[in-house]
Design a protein around this ligand. Structure first.
Ligand code: PHE
Length: 344
């Protein structure tokens, strides 16, 4: 009986059915009501009690093995159903697969980064949840400045050590982190998401994206700022695009300016996009206020710098003539699919 079991075991182990029919034959042969395992159990009844003790275990083990093998093969055939070569109709048209597209904001962010890379700017990032110091105080915001107001800022909580914790309202906070943690010269751009407590409409959203730029070194002047931004505009919107600077105010830059470019739609002749002025504003900029340098531990007698900040949505709107900001966050594939690009 031992010999038979060994022989059957080898047979079962080597068994590889080519079809479900072969597997069924296997089942009948070994596991069927008149199968070989049934015969072995009949034989078992007749052996002596001493032999039974040993053989019982072996026989049960063998039966279990046969059942497991059968179950395994059965499952395999079940999961294969439908993919058998014979079931395939090769004359059917294939199922086309749709390629995705990058989000327009990602494309434009990438383009901005590539342009500034050519001028030697690196890329830095910072946290979206900021403390009062990095978002406001270090940037020279007076205590009572309206930008700290509940209207603009999403406050998260009040921390005993760090004061107000809020969603950053601009990427200028990353300037502070960079200057605090390093030594000049600094030449970096800082892309990221920012939050403002505004009612959502075609022209405003409670979150959007900015790219901040910072350049700090010895002898950095407003002329460097102008040339850097002029180069950016030529690369981004095409050669011949004009720029102009208007005096402005930011707590963290002195002097400060807003920069306009000649309207990308009408070329300056006047159209609804530029409200018939021929110009559209694209960013804020200025020379880093000496107080900010000092707040970040940089000697403002030795170093000067410029900074600028632009909204990626605004640049994208101009580039692709998008008139409603909400489209960027609605995930409508009909909108998103239009922005196929070579940039992967
Ligand atoms: N942080 C400013 C804003 O959010 C933009 C800015 C950045 C202006 C750097 C000047 C210098 O509007």
């Amino acid at each position: 009986m031992q010999d038979k079991i060994s022989q059957y075991t080898r047979e079962i182990q080597a068994f590889k059915p080519a079809s479900a029919e072969e597997l069924e034959t296997f089942r009948i042969k070994f596991l069927g009501t008149k199968g070989l395992i049934k015969d072995l159990f009949d034989e078992f009844k007749a052996v002596s009690p001493e032999e039974k003790r040993v053989l019982g275990k072996v026989l049960n083990e063998f039966k279990k093995q046969a059942e497991e093998k059968y179950q395994f093969l059965k499952d395999q055939f079940a999961s294969d159903t439908g993919t058998q070569a014979a079931d395939l109709d090769l004359s059917l048209p294939g199922e086309g697969f749709e390629t995705g597209a990058r989000h327009p904001l990602s494309l434009v962010r990438r383009e901005i980064i590539e342009i500034f890379k050519k001028l030697g700017f690196t890329v830095a990032e910072g946290p979206e949840i900021e403390d009062d110091w990095h978002n406001f105080s270090a940037l020279n915001f007076p205590e009572e400045h309206p930008a700290r107001d509940m209207q603009d800022t999403f406050f998260v909580k009040k921390d005993a050590v760090n004061g107000d914790i809020a969603l950053r309202t601009h990427t200028s906070s990353v300037q502070v982190r960079m200057m605090e943690n390093g030594k000049p010269p600094f030449r970096a751009i800082m892309p990221g998401r920012v939050y403002r407590n505004e009612a959502i409409s075609a022209r405003a959203h409670c979150f959007f994206h900015q790219v901040e730029g910072l350049y700090v070194d010895r002898n950095v002047s407003f002329a460097d700022l102008k040339q850097t931004l002029f180069y950016f505009v030529q690369e981004m919107f095409g050669e011949g695009t004009k720029v102009r600077f208007r005096p402005s105010y930011f707590p963290f830059t002195e002097p400060s300016a807003e920069m306009d470019i000649s309207c990308t739609i009408c070329g300056g002749a006047g159209c609804p996009m530029c409200k018939y002025s021929g110009w559209v504003e694209i960013l804020g900029c200025g020379m880093v206020d000496p107080n900010v340098l000092e707040n970040c531990g940089i000697d403002n007698a030795e170093f000067t710098g410029f900074a600028f900040g632009m909204g990626i949505e605004r640049i994208t709107n101009l580039k692709y003539q998008i008139k409603d900001l909400r489209l960027f966050s609605e995930n409508d594939v009909r909108f998103l699919k239009q922005f196929q690009s070579e940039i992967i």
